[in-house]
Design a protein around this ligand. Structure first.
Ligand code: DQA
Length: 149
């Protein structure tokens, strides 16, 4: 069975009470449930983890190179905009990767309008709130080799 690894970066643990105008009222658990439901419908399983620090995320991506992860969906939070270390770790991944954001980062402050990790991902989804997560899982599944789904 394909395993989708859903990774969240710093401050996303605070969803539900964090800037609801940008991120909505759903908690991290709600977001993970939406993604998991889509993965299960597609015959896959979802492993979801959240890390507040860059180093932990990088280490988790290293582990994902060899632990049987079939695809990665990542919301790296603010690290999206400046973490070259995260980008380098994503470039090492031998499996598909989809970047997801709850808010429409392209319509926000200048610093949010550039993603340094985008070029290391297969594509990105932003601005659809929680609904973006099932879309990201579907996109990741569509990138899998036909035999491994
Ligand atoms: C975010 C957008 C980032 O700019 C921000 O730092 C986050 C959340 C989003 O999901 O919209 O932490 O990744």
């Amino acid at each position: 069975m394909t395993t989708i690894l859903l990774l969240h970066g710093p401050n996303l643990s605070q969803l539900g009470t964090r800037d609801p105008l940008q991120y909505g009222m759903d908690t991290l658990d709600d977001v993970v449930t939406a993604a998991r439901d889509e993965a299960v419908d597609a015959g896959a399983q979802l492993v979801a983890e959240q890390y507040e620090s860059e180093g932990e995320l990088v280490a988790r991506l290293h582990a994902a190179r060899t632990d049987g992860t079939g695809a990665v969906v990542i919301n790296a939070g603010a690290l999206t905009h400046y973490s070259h270390a995260l980008r380098d770790a994503l470039e090492l991944l031998p499996v598909p990767c989809v970047e997801v954001h709850l808010s429409n980062v392209h319509a926000r402050e200048d610093f949010r309008q550039h993603s340094v990790i985008a070029a290391a991902c297969d594509g990105s989804i932003a601005g659809f709130g929680t609904a973006g997560y099932p879309l990201a899982v579907r996109a990741a599944m569509a990138l899998l080799p036909q035999t491994s789904a």
